[in-house]
Structures are given as C-alpha cells and as structure tokens.
Design a protein around this ligand. Structure first.
Ligand SMILES: [Zn+2]
Ligand SMILES: [Zn+2]
Length: 136
C-alpha cells in the first residue's frame, strides 16, 4: 500500500479529490467523471477509474463496494455508516456515533484480529417513498 505522503499528487488526482470531497452524494465513477470534466474537460472515464483506484489504495478515499451494486466513492475516510436506497441506489451518510465494542466482541468470538468494521443500512429514501406512494 502506498502511503498518502508518498503518492504523487498530479493535477488530475488533486481535482478528483477536491470534487469528491465537495459532495456528499457518494458518486459512482461515471458521476464523478462528469463533475471532474467541468474542470478537466478532456479527462477520460478510464483515467478517472485508474486514479480512483490509486487514491483508494493510498487510503485517501473510501470505496463503497457492495456485491451486485455499482461501486461508489466517498471522500470521507473516517469510519461512518451508510444508508443505501434499494430503489434508486443512492447512498447517504448516517449521523450517528460508531457502535462501541462490536469489534472486540467479534474478535473474541471469531479469533480474528479485527481492524475495523463497515455498516450499511438498506431501505427506501424519502424521495422514493414519495414516488412509491403516488404510484399506488
Ligand atoms: Zn431512493
Ligand atoms: Zn459516506
């Protein structure tokens, strides 16, 4: 793993990080690419992907990677919980403290050395609840 200090911050990587940190929407690579293109019109989706991968391995962003779902990215690398809408696929931050003691409990029960945990809630966002109501 590259450490953030050693990673060469090209203009592309800098812009990608700035754009990602400026939104709370947990964009997909495609969504992020469109936003980055307002500043770097010639950047390709492949380049955005490659840089997202490098930045994520350097610990500068979080990949939100759920099987069967399009990968999303988060500029906030502190552990926090997410809410995912099963209708529109959007991901929201949950405003609550991390659960205390769960990692120790899992370590005790599994024999694992536990370094962290991720938690994602699934449901239907407010906009999709509205849409669902009007469809009835
Ligand atoms: Zn939704
Ligand atoms: Zn988040």
């Amino acid at each position: 793993m590259e450490s953030p200090g050693k990673l060469r911050m090209t203009t592309q990587r800098q812009v990608i990080m700035e754009v990602l940190k400026s939104v709370k929407s947990h964009p997909t690579a495609g969504e992020l690419c469109s936003m980055v293109r307002r500043r770097l019109p010639r950047i390709s989706l492949g380049t955005v992907y490659r840089n997202l991968d490098i930045l994520s391995r350097a610990g500068m962003l979080q990949k939100i990677d759920v099987a069967g779902q399009e990968m999303r990215f988060d500029g906030n690398t502190m552990n926090h919980y997410h809410l995912r809408c099963m209708e529109c696929g959007r991901v929201f931050d949950v405003d609550m403290d991390l659960l205390a003691g769960v990692e120790e409990q899992v370590a005790r029960e599994s024999g694992f050395q536990v370094y962290g945990h991720r938690l994602e809630f699934v449901g239907r966002c407010e906009a999709c609840q509205e849409a669902y109501k009007t469809r009835q």
